[in-house]
Design a protein around this ligand. Structure first.
Ligand code: SF4
Length: 219
């Protein structure tokens, strides 16, 4: 099930793409940074999805699904598995603007789940992030490692310059770094910081899959 963000708790199928243009120190899927044996083409993925018991929420994640070499496969899979009640989420680090065809495909029932990496904030261009912010179907999500420092960067680099806008129906999701040894404490400290500072533009959520299954691979 989706363990993060505004769709937390929904049974889902994850399609994980290999390779990423960022290399975050806390990445929980470092195994996706290179090729591995047993890789699949898009037809294999379509077959797997169609054979699965539940497939009305499909999440494309990575690595980075919006790398140029991945976008065509993302589109082919979506085009071949969309049914009447399908929902699609594309999880991206927000460094790459999707091509026009994918933009159009995602307008139907898609969610852009954009998680800019604060460690690399200088690599982002305001125009690239603004494009995501202008989409009605975007959620912003941040992994928080150093509470004070990271939230300061979110305000000073993104919210105050108007690059990302916040609204009651579109809160910015903050989640503690899932690699933190004492995860419960990390959740509580982040929640208390947001409450005590009256930061109403944020929504604090855990990574639900970490609570259920820990740091196991494949969940
Ligand atoms: S952007 Fe995501 S997939 Fe890429 S290295 Fe960072 S955490 Fe890992």
């Amino acid at each position: 099930l989706q363990g993060e963000g505004l769709h937390i708790g929904i049974p889902s199928i994850f399609v994980r793409f290999n390779n990423c243009n960022l290399k975050c120190s806390w990445c929980d899927s470092k195994y996706s940074w290179g090729w591995e044996e047993g890789k699949h083409d898009w037809q294999d993925v379509v077959k797997f999805i169609k054979d699965a018991p539940v497939y009305n929420h499909i999440i494309f994640t990575g690595g980075e699904p919006l790398l140029r070499e991945n976008q065509e496969d993302v589109m082919k899979i979506i085009q071949n598995v969309m049914v009447a009640d399908s929902r699609i989420t594309i999880e991206t680090n927000g460094t790459i603007k999707p091509g026009l065809s994918l933009q159009l495909l995602m307008k139907i029932r898609g969610l852009w789940s954009v998680s800019p990496k604060l460690q690399f904030i200088e690599k982002y261009t305001p125009a690239g992030l603004l494009w995501f912010d202008l989409q009605k179907n975007t959620q912003w999500k941040f992994v928080i490692t150093d509470i004070e420092k990271d939230i300061r960067i979110i305000y000073s680099s993104l919210i105050e310059p108007g690059i990302i806008t916040t609204a009651v129906d579109r809160p910015v999701v903050l989640q503690p770094n899932g690699q933190t040894p004492n995860y419960n404490t990390a959740c509580r400290e982040l929640a208390e910081y947001v409450i005590n500072n009256n930061m109403t533009e944020f929504k604090v959520l855990p990574q639900f899959h970490k609570i259920c299954w820990g740091n196991q691979r494949g969940i």
